[in-house]
Every structure is written in C-alpha cells, then in structure tokens.
Design a protein around this ligand. Structure first.
Ligand code: NDP
Length: 377
C-alpha cells in the first residue's frame, strides 16, 4: 500500500521499519500523571489504508482532553470508534498515546494519496480515538492532514489544529457564521483566554464580527490584542449582570468554553427570533456514555439535548452542543488565515519531549493563556 518514496526518506524509513519501534509517551492504564511512561519501544505505526499518511512529529500540542483521557474520560465512545464491530482480539486500547495536535513532516503516503508527498510540512488535529502525537511518528488519514502555514515554526503550528478545528466546527458548522456573513454580527466568547477562546476570537474578528469576551482580569490585554472589542472580567462579580448592562439581547452567537452555570443565563443575551445561537463545548455526551454505556448514554444525551433545544426554541433562540471535528480542509482555511496574518499562535509554554509530564501538570493546573506545546525534535 505504500507509495514510492524519495531516496533520502527510503533509508530513514527502512531503518525505522527495521526497528519496528519508536520513542513515545504512553499510558498502560488510566490515572493521574504517574501513569505517563516514556518508552523507546512503542510500536511503530503503519499505514493500513491507501488514504493514510505517516507523519514524523516535530511538535505536539497539549489540550485539556489529554488530561481527561489520561483519567479514562470518553473511554467507552473511543473504544467504539476504534473498533466499531468489536472484532479486535486484544480488547485493549493500551498502550495508549495521547497528544491531539501534530506539526511535522510527511514521510510515507498510501497509494491513493495525491494531495501530499513525502517531505511536505503538515499539521493536523488527531481524533481522540486514534494514537496521538506524543511519539516520533503518527499515522493519519490524508483528509485529516493539511499543509502547515509557511510562516510558522513547528512549535507554533502545533498550538493551533485541535482548538482551531473545534472553534471552526462550533462557530461555522454549528453556529452558522462564516467569512461572508459575520460582518454585522455580534459574538460573545465565554472564556476567551484559553486555547479555543484565543482562536475563536481571532477567527470571528477576521470575518468582521464585533467580539465580546469574558476572561480573568489578567487576561484582558491578551484578548484585546487578539481582537476583542469588549472584555468583561468574570472574577469581579456576576458576569451575567455586567453583560446584561453592556449589551442586552444583542448577540447573534455565543460560544461557551466554560459550561456549568453559564447556560442558565447566557441564552437570555441572544437576539430572539433572529436565528441567534448558543453553542456550548462543554457537553455531557462522553460522560454519559462512560457512565451508562454506549446505548443508554447516547439515549440520555439525546433526551437532554432535545429538551434543552425545545425549551429555548420557545423563546426564539437556538441551543446547540459543539464538538471537535477533524478536518484537513478546515485546517487549509486556517493555514491561509495564519499566512495572511489574520490568525496567530498563542503559545504560553513549550516543553521538551523529556518534559511531557510537566506539560501535563501545566495544562492540568488550568488558567491557560493560549496553548502548551511539546517540542519533539
Ligand atoms: P483551556 O484550559 O485552554 O482554557 C480555558 C480558559 O477559560 C482558561 O484560560 C481559564 O482561565 C478560563 N476560564 C475559566 N473559568 C472561566 C470563567 N468562568 N469565565 C471565563 N473564563 C474562564 O481550555 P480550551 O480552550 O482548550 O477548552 C475550553 C473548553 O472546551 C474545555 O472545557 C474543553 O474541555 C472543551 N472542549 C470541548 C470540545 C468538544 O469537542 N466538545 C473540544 C475542545 C475543547 P482562568 O481560569 O485563569 O480565568
């Protein structure tokens, strides 16, 4: 299945496949940070389908979902996505490699891959059911991969794909905004200082929307530099009161990166009977399937979302759940925005490959100001 490779990759790949192993951070069971284990002998991933590519990882991004998955979050749904027909003998996801962002170089292409060739500099957001990027190599479908922005180094590029694909899925696919219809729209980003927020602000600002952001006081300058027009400090008293006095009933889209109590008041800030939408990224979907099993968990989620949608429809506003969606074409669009200077990476801290556990600790502490990245080579 593997296409012919350029000569200088042939020797490299040959020695790699002779080894059949690679360095990686793996977990062998779920738990706290001590379950992270470095090994030089992780199985070398191989191309199984003609539309797959092998990427040599230069840098990997960390996300809150890495911390959650280390502790077994989403295990039931991921098991189903990995093995829908339950055919695998081992029945185990371990050793599991975390890391959802990759920036690196294509070293091998499946026979059907035309858009990429060995040597291409690429980036990707890796679906949570696939082996991740805290390793020397990762195998992905070509349609999950995109040429990385030329203007970025790998450590900068690795800070963007997962949060960008999530923000795009929530804002464009679910929220209905895009570069052609956003210029007169007002967007509220709840939680603007973290990974998804810093990307979302830049996207909708680039499309001409007016952007209001909630964050801690010490993140105000950061979000203003990224394009926020109005900023509300959520640590200085009830944020909903301030937002109501600021702009009652004016938002066309609310992106909620915080969840919890915010959905009790945020929908009152939407323009009613105008197609306005509230999209939250904090959903009980994976928690439900972990707790109740796949069938009951999905049914429970369906009932919950159905009730909430109907309740808010009666008031003329739309309630939605947003989800990460892997997509090379989306990253192509983001790549263009980056190279045009419309979106920039916000890298808070870079850890070496040896420091992956410290990187996890950093992300686990919360209070992100942009992204945490691991430099692999
Ligand atoms: P981060 O940890 O990068 O950012 C969260 C940010 O929110 C931090 O900067 C934090 O800073 C700030 N914050 C915390 N509490 C509040 C508050 N009450 N009001 C305003 N800001 C607050 O997370 P991500 O941006 O990567 O992800 C955001 C959320 O979306 C997470 O819950 C994540 O799990 C979820 N998510 C869901 C996906 C899906 O498919 N459904 C995909 C990706 C993410 P500080 O505490 O200092 O204020």
């Amino acid at each position: 299945l593997v296409c012919s490779m350029r000569a200088h990759y042939r020797s490299f790949s040959f020695s790699a496949s002779l080894r059949n192993v690679m360095p990686a951070w793996v977990i062998d069971k779920y738990g706290e940070n001590e379950v992270l284990r470095f090994t030089k002998n992780a199985a070398l991933p191989i191309i199984h389908y003609p539309n797959e590519v092998t990427v040599k990882v230069h840098a990997a991004g960390l996300n809150p979902i890495d911390i959650s998955m280390r502790g077994s979050y989403g295990a039931a749904t991921m098991a189903m996505k990995r093995d829908p027909l339950n055919m695998k003998q081992s029945g185990s996801e371990f050793p599991l490699i975390l890391g959802r962002d990759v920036s690196g170089e294509i070293i091998e292409c499946g026979l059907d891959v035309n858009y990429f060739k060995p040597g291409d500099q690429v980036w990707a957001a890796i679906p949570p059911w696939k082996q991740g990027s805290l390793a020397e190599f990762v195998v992905l479908s070509a349609n999950e991969v995109s040429h990385k922005p030329k203007s970025l180094r790998h450590v900068e590029a690795a800070s963007i794909p997962y949060v960008a694909a999530t923000a795009w899925s929530a804002i464009v696919n679910t929220g209905g905004l895009n570069k052609d219809n956003s210029s007169k729209k007002r967007v509220l980003v709840l939680g603007g200082s973290g990974g998804v927020g810093t990307l979302a602000i830049q996207m909708v600002k680039a499309w001409g929307a007016h952007v209001t952001v909630t964050c801690s006081q010490n993140a105000e300058q950061l979000v203003r530099d990224l394009g926020a027009d109005d900023v509300v400090d959520y640590t200085a008293g009830p944020v909903e009161k301030k937002l109501q006095t600021l702009q009652k009933l004016v938002f066309d889209l609310i992106l909620d990166n915080i969840g919890g109590e915010s959905e009790k008041w945020a929908l009152d800030l939407l323009k009613p009977w105008n197609g306005a939408k509230y999209v939250t990224l904090v959903t009980p979907f994976l928690h439900n399937t972990d707790l109740l099993g796949l069938a009951d968990g999905m049914m429970q989620s369906g009932v919950t979302i159905g009730c909430k949608v109907l309740k808010h429809l009666r008031k003329g506003v739309h309630y939605r759940w947003g989800f990460f969606a892997p997509s090379g074409p989306t990253l192509d669009e983001i790549s263009e925005m980056v190279d045009a200077g419309k979106v920039r990476p916000v890298v808070e801290e870079v850890f070496s490959f040896a420091q992956v556990p410290q990187g996890f600790q950093k992300v686990e502490q919360g209070h992100a100001r942009g992204k945490t990245v691991v430099s692999i080579i």
